[in-house]
Design a protein around this ligand. Structure first.
Ligand code: ZN
Length: 64
């Protein structure tokens, strides 16, 4: 037999446990250096379409 928990974990304790690791999983938002709008860290900005100073997506004002 493997190790088993002696008691069932209460709803409150389970929720606390979950909240601890879910906090880490929460998406990190950073302001874009180009346009200043909040975007997901390490992603292309949805506002201006740039990442690390380089344009990745076509800009909206650019004949597109
Ligand atoms: Zn931007």
């Amino acid at each position: 037999m493997g190790a088993l928990p002696k008691r069932r974990i209460s709803k409150t304790r389970q929720a606390h446990k979950r909240s601890r690791y879910l906090k880490v999983k929460q998406a990190k938002m950073v302001p874009c250096p180009q346009c200043g709008s909040l975007r997901l860290a390490h992603t292309v900005c949805p506002g201006c379409g740039t990442y690390k100073g380089r344009e990745i997506l076509a800009a909206e004002d650019d004949a597109g």
